[in-house]
Design a protein around this ligand. Structure first.
Ligand SMILES: *Cc1c(COP(=O)(O)O)cnc(C)c1O
Length: 422
């Protein structure tokens, strides 16, 4: 932590203490939460900078306050770089989160009561894709597809059947806990065959897509939304929307003034740097390693007797059915945290347990790969994870595992600048 932290320590010791404890927690534990990462200091570098003070309400060339000439250049730079990185026609960088961005997309494309076909939450979808309790589920008519029970992969025949039957205005693909690549081409064909828009939400695999490790939905989707902090490795708190030119005005209008006021210019400046960083060979190598580490981890977990949903992964994410080794996802999460391995419990498809208990855990490799773990170390973490579940009542065994987890964590700084900065 930098100099300004010394001042906070003096002025607000209580907050300083909490912050130092959180830093210690992050340093001493191994994070396998698939949606977390350690933001690159480059990508996060301008957050909280002088740009945070600038009100730039409106869009470049059409602001509602004076003094925005440089802010215009910053926002245009962010947009141009992201357009180039993904090959998108139009980019909006103002939404304050991916979830808010998704709401803006729905409002731009739909009228209240219109039908949306999307992946069900407990099959791997996201709450902003039509969950009952979310704005998206309250305002629009949701129809859900899920996974084939045998293969535990998205049932594309079901998608096609439901699309024909319900004639949705919008089809959404993209998920929060689905370990496999998504067939965007087929989704695009189905959407066009029923005259629906296709939205692809790449909040999770965005970094792999940016680096060209897995296929992009851009050629097939009308709109693509994303987070910035997951695999992409920027700081948390921003959403990106990419769309075809003909939808640009509708989307922009729904972000501002439809849902938000002035944008966070510091986050937009940081996003410009993040996009530039994403174009470097070092970044591409990082994403390749995220992918390779996930394959190695899945292989090791299978060897340890765990069942993986969808049979494994071809992304950064693994969904583990823990019931071969322990009774529930909730217990797995707790015992793993007790040894310093941080994961989240997660519903598996057709889970007999409630969302608060679950039969699975979701894990991913973006964070540990940023800390520089190589394949052999990731495999060891896999064995430690399985051993923990096998020995959940054995204090002695857990103590040993805890010691080894702490050693591995100590050997790997949170963000190894030497390794990961271009
Ligand atoms: C994480 C996630 C989001 C939301 O991102 P936030 O920035 O937390 O709002 C949206 N869609 C999917 C599929 C996600 O996994």
């Amino acid at each position: 932590m930098d100099n300004s932290f010394e001042k906070i320590k003096k002025f607000d010791p209580e907050m300083a203490e909490l912050t130092m404890q959180e830093e210690e927690r992050q340093k001493k534990t191994l994070c396998l939460i698939a949606s977390e990462n350690y933001a690159s200091p480059l990508a996060a570098g301008l957050e909280g900078s002088i740009w945070a003070d600038k009100n730039a309400e409106g869009y470049p060339g059409g602001r509602f306050v004076a003094g925005c000439e440089l802010a215009d250049r910053v926002e245009n730079l962010a947009k141009e770089r992201i357009k180039k990185l993904f090959g998108a026609d139009h980019v909006n960088v103002q939404s304050m989160s991916a979830t808010v961005g998704n709401v803006a997309i729905l409002r731009a494309l739909l009228k209240p009561g219109d039908t949306v076909l999307s992946m069900e939450l407990d099959q791997g979808g996201h709450l902003s894709h039509g969950a009952k309790f979310h704005y998206s589920g309250k305002m629009y008519q949701s129809v859900f597809y899920g996974l084939n029970k045998e293969t535990e992969e998205i049932d594309m025949e079901q998608v096609e059947r439901l699309a024909k039957e319900h004639q949705p205005k919008l089809i959404i693909c993209g998920a929060s806990s689905y370990p496999k690549q998504i067939d965007y081409k087929r989704f695009g064909e189905i959407a066009r065959s029923v005259g629906a828009y296709l939205m692809a939400d790449i909040a999770h695999p965005v970094g792999l897509i940016a680096a060209g490790i897995i296929p992009s939905p851009i050629p097939h989707a009308d709109v693509v939304s994303s987070s910035t902090h997951k695999t992409w490795r920027g700081a948390r708190g921003c959403g990106i929307i990419m769309c075809k030119e003909e939808l640009a005005k509708k989307i922009d209008t729904q972000v501002f003034p439809g849902l938000q006021g002035a944008p966070k210019m510091d986050m937009i400046a940081a996003r410009a740097v993040q996009a530039l960083e994403s174009m470097t060979p070092v970044y591409k190598a990082y994403q390749q390693k995220v992918y390779d580490n996930a394959q190695a981890l899945a292989d090791e977990l299978l060897k340890c007797g765990l069942r993986l949903v969808s049979g494994g992964t071809n992304t950064h994410l693994i969904l583990v059915d823990v019931r071969n080794l322990i009774t529930s996802g909730k217990e797995a999460e707790a015992v793993l945290e007790s040894v310093g391995i941080v994961v989240n419990k997660n519903m598996i498809p057709y889970d007999p347990q409630s969302p608060k208990v679950t039969s699975g855990i979701r894990i991913g490799t973006p964070a540990l790969t940023t800390r520089g773990l190589e394949e052999e170390e990731i495999r060891e973490v896999g064995r430690l994870l399985a051993d923990t579940l096998k020995n959940s009542g054995n204090t002695e065994a857990l103590d040993k595992i805890r010691t080894r987890v702490a050693e591995i964590a100590a050997e790997h700084p949170l963000f190894d600048e030497e390794k990961w900065l271009a």
